[in-house]
Design a protein around this ligand. Structure first.
Ligand code: AMP
Length: 218
């Protein structure tokens, strides 16, 4: 099964991607994580991406499309994959369709995470991320067992620099600019399923599992 997770930053895509990847054996492909990994490694791509990430702007399409094609090729032939944070605009969605065509792949579900602004700000300001495996935690909603230590790999947790109020607002603005076009695009393909992402992570996860079982995409 191949999935796309759409939704504003803070809607819980990363958390659900991790749960679904562990529960269903799907490969988790997050463009944000890949870019942050490049940044950490100090690569040319990482340095270029930094200027955009710091401002909450989108990294140029040509760069992320190349990255995603490479990752999809790596994931091809496995159980399936979850795209988290890609596509972010119509140009990326159309490029993705071309990539799928070339490699004879298809998407089963596009899940749209609908979350209120209040939830988004609350989640992003309390979010902590593992420096090593990028797992997400939350100071109140999903605290790690040991303070500042990742439950999964023991790595140190940190607050993403773009999870500050100013950048959060810009990320939301950037997101909302393309969101309706992407929703229309996938609604027309009859692949879209909307989930209320204001619910807690466990409830959202159970809704998703039930949906995959009960409904088959057209
Ligand atoms: P995320 O971890 O998904 O919140 O992404 C963090 C940042 O990485 C975004 O604010 C963008 O600067 C960049 N980014 C992630 N995914 C994309 C994408 N598909 N297209 C362009 N930029 C992206």
């Amino acid at each position: 099964m191949n999935l796309i997770l759409l939704g504003p930053p803070g809607a819980g895509k990363g958390t659900q991607a991790k749960l679904l990847s562990e529960g269903l054996g799907l490969w988790h492909i997050s463009t944000g994580d890949i870019l942050r990994e490049e940044l950490k490694a100090g690569s040319d791509l990482g340095c270029l991406a930094k200027t955009f990430i710091d401002k909450g702007e989108l990294v140029p399409d040509s760069l992320v499309i190349k990255l995603i094609e490479k990752k999809i090729l790596e994931a091809k032939g496995k159980n399936g994959f979850i795209l988290d944070g890609f596509p972010r605009n119509l140009a990326q969605a159309k490029s993705l369709d071309s990539i799928f065509k070339i490699y004879n792949l298809s998407i089963d579900w596009v899940i749209y995470f609908e979350a209120s602004q209040k939830t988004i700000v609350q989640r992003l300001s309390g979010r902590r991320v593992c420096k090593v495996c990028f797992a997400n935690f939350h100071l109140n909603n999903m605290p790690p067992k040991k303070e500042n230590i990742c439950d999964y790999c023991g790595g140190e947790l940190y607050q993403r620099p773009d999870d500050n109020e100013e950048t959060i607002k810009n990320r939301l603005r950037v997101y909302l600019k393309s969101a309706s076009l992407l929703i229309d695009y996938y609604e027309k393909q009859k692949k879209l399923f909307k989930v209320n992402a204001d619910f807690n992570a466990e409830k959202v996860y159970q809704i998703l599992l039930k949906t995959f079982e009960e409904k088959k995409p057209n």
